[in-house]
Design a protein around this ligand. Sequence first.
Ligand code: PLP
Ligand code: COI
Length: 347
Amino acid sequence: MRPPFTQVDSLGFGKHFTDHMFTMRYNEELGWYKGKISKLEPFALHPAASVFHYSQEIFEGLKAYLSEDEKVLLFRPEENARRMNRSARRLCMPEIPEELFLNALNELISLEKQWIPKAPGTSLYIRPAMMGVEAFLGVRSSKEYLFYIILSPVGPYFKEGFKPVGIYVEDQMARAIPGGVGDIKAGGNYAASLLAGHRAQELGYSQVLWLDAKEHRYLEEVGAMNVFVVFGSTLVTPPLTGSILPGITRDSVLKLAQSMGYKVEERLISIDQVLEGVAHGAVTEVFGSGTAAAISPVGSLFYKGKNYVIGNNRVGDITQAIYDRLTAIQYGKVKDEFGWVREINPK
Ligand code: PLP
Ligand code: COI
């Protein structure tokens, strides 16, 4: 039963789940089989299931938005389907035909439409996930998989909402290495990031900004977002070197910003360059981009014991403009000139 979500604040992120889920099984003989929607309930998995031991697990994250005229809109869901398959290939897991993935989303979301919250800034977060479930303890890829989709009505990812967040820059640990799995959505990447996340929290910061693993010098990405640094009216973001997640929001921001007349660059950005730029006024804004947070202004960076305030800890004009434009497209408020939005067929 859907509770009455009257207050955005009470929603939070990822705390509530809808009544149903989509599940599908895979084995080598049958391929994908038994795709079905059923009541959301716990799984029974063998304690030797490979996911529990060797972390063969990947996931995706996207959202369904309710427009003012109550249409249910998805934002570039094919990109999530493609990225899921890229993740699957890297971890030797079976791919899911794109159409199957998109149909499952469509069916489940249209069934759970009443769960999509209406307040501004809220949406229905969609979490597809896949894991190896064969009961076998040797180290090799599983021969059996479980794919599922669950739905969670959400408010803002950060408790601050669309306000500047403080970010802790990690200068010792690394999230991902060249040639590793940092560029796919593997659950293990997030486990590896937790300790730095705790450090950030202890110091009063919302998330971690990761630097490259080799020199601890170049910006990579934030815990759940890609990062943009604004130099004047040029938006700069690190290139996809293989150790950061190719964010769908990142790609959309690059395209949107260009269409809005800003210059964009994908190039290495050192932390020194950012901090110097902040000190001398060359860097006016920093923001993160991701599905969960949409666009998140960064108001301060904590690096090697010192706090650096960006743009007087206020939302910058460019960050605001990108946020407004992106969310207007996602919620169907303006014409979608990029062809990014997909409407869910109502039941
Ligand atoms: N980087 C990481 C580590 C993430 O978890 C996410 C969230 O999905 C992103 C970046 C942003 O990706 P997207 O814009 O596709 O949500
Ligand atoms: C997303 O933005 O979809 C994410 O996956 C971020 C985080 C919740 C892991």
